[in-house]
Design a protein around this ligand. Structure first.
Ligand code: CP
Ligand code: NVA
Length: 333
């Protein structure tokens, strides 16, 4: 297959799913959570390549377990183990891999690397976290919001902390894609790039979502239904640790912050978490925290995503395509 391969769907940013497509993935996620082994588009077993240029626990295990449950075999490649990025171009890697594997999943640094992989791959490429986005995490987060609050549309979500990182970008984009009122708060200089905010506002016009970007944590938190945060020191920023620990102190999710949110607010954190830094132990370990459900939902949401991408790309077997059509109820089966 080649770059000209038409119709292959990839998931590189949160906006790669149209709003109605995001809802389909979330519906499939609910289904696979109830019936984990009913859909097996990777049976054979077919292989899925899972590359890590950065460390991981949740993403590694949820993809490995999810690929296995879909009937396939994960091949997990750790940092530095492949020629990719060192001795061989991304394009050449893609040209070889798509003759052998059914999916390419990649945690890396630059978003442009993922774009190049997708350009040259005839199988779906999935962003398992880049410097700019963590869209798989947001599928799990939205599923968690839906489970705990009944819906995503119309619910408000405050994100506090490093508002220029991959999680902030993904909360903004995926949140509005699901029709949420998203409030992002961080210090000046650490807010989402203007192009991300513009893209979020444009998508919000289609979904009824709302966008607020502010330096005032109180503005973001006011009666929020969801309160989210993330580490202040993302992978690759370790040398800035001391500086960053000083920067974000006003944006900590602690009991005082939670008093400003809705009494029934839920708390999200993608994990790993640093108690006493970006989030107080009493919050992450308290009754409003749903972070363990959120972590589990990585498995269900990514299984749904893989099934959906294979089906939409015309790469799923007939029986899987028919099952997906029947679950979503809006396709011919
Ligand atoms: N949330 C998340 O992606 O966790 P890992 O870095 O452990 O994969
Ligand atoms: N912003 C964090 C997310 C970790 C899952 C990082 O990139 O390290």
């Amino acid at each position: 297959m080649s770059a000209e391969q038409a119709g292959v769907r990839h998931f590189l940013t949160d906006l790669d799913l149209a709003p109605e497509e995001l809802q389909q993935v979330l519906r499939l996620a609910e289904f696979v959570k109830q019936d984990p082994y009913a859909l097996r588009p990777l049976r054979g077993p077919q292989t899925a390549a899972v590359f890590f240029d950065k460390t991981s626990t949740r993403t590694r295990f949820s993809f490995a377990a999810g690929i296995t449950a879909l009937g396939g075999a994960p091949l997990v490649v750790n940092p530095g183990e492949a020629q990719l990025g060192h001795k061989e171009s991304i394009a050449d890697t893609a040209r070889v891999l798509d003759r052998m594997v059914s999916l390419i999943i990649w945690r890396t640094y630059a978003q442009t690397g993922l774009e190049e992989m997708a350009e040259f791959s005839g199988v779906p490429v999935i962003n398992a976290l880049s410097d700019d986005y963590h869209p798989c995490q947001l599928l799990a987060d939205l599923l968690t919001v839906q489970e705990h609050l009944g819906a995503t549309a119309g619910r408000s979500m405050a994100y506090l902390g490093d508002a220029a990182n991959n999680m902030a970008n993904s909360y903004l984009l995926a949140g509005v894609n699901a029709g949420m009122d998203v409030r992002i708060a961080g210090p000046a200089g650490y807010l989402p790039a203007q192009e991300i905010v513009d893209a979020a506002r444009e998508r919000a016009q289609q979904t009824g979502g709302r966008v607020t970007v502010t330096t005032d944590p109180a503005e973001a938190l006011r009666d929020a239904d969801v309160v989210a945060t993330d580490t202040w020191i993302s992978m690759g920023q370790e040398e800035e640790k001391e500086h960053r620990l000083q920067l974000f102190g006003d944006y900590r999710v602690d009991a005082a912050a939670m008093r400003q949110a809705s009494d029934s607010a839920i708390v999200l954190h993608c994990l790993p978490a640093y108690r006493g830094v970006e989030i107080a132990a009493e919050v992450i370990d308290g009754p409003q925290s749903v972070v363990w459900d959120e972590a589990e939902n990585r498995l269900h949401a990514q299984k749904a995503l893989m099934i959906w991408l294979l089906t939409e790309s015309g790469l799923a077997d007939e029986s899987t395509a028919a099952q997906v059509g029947s679950i979503l109820g809006d396709r011919e089966s």
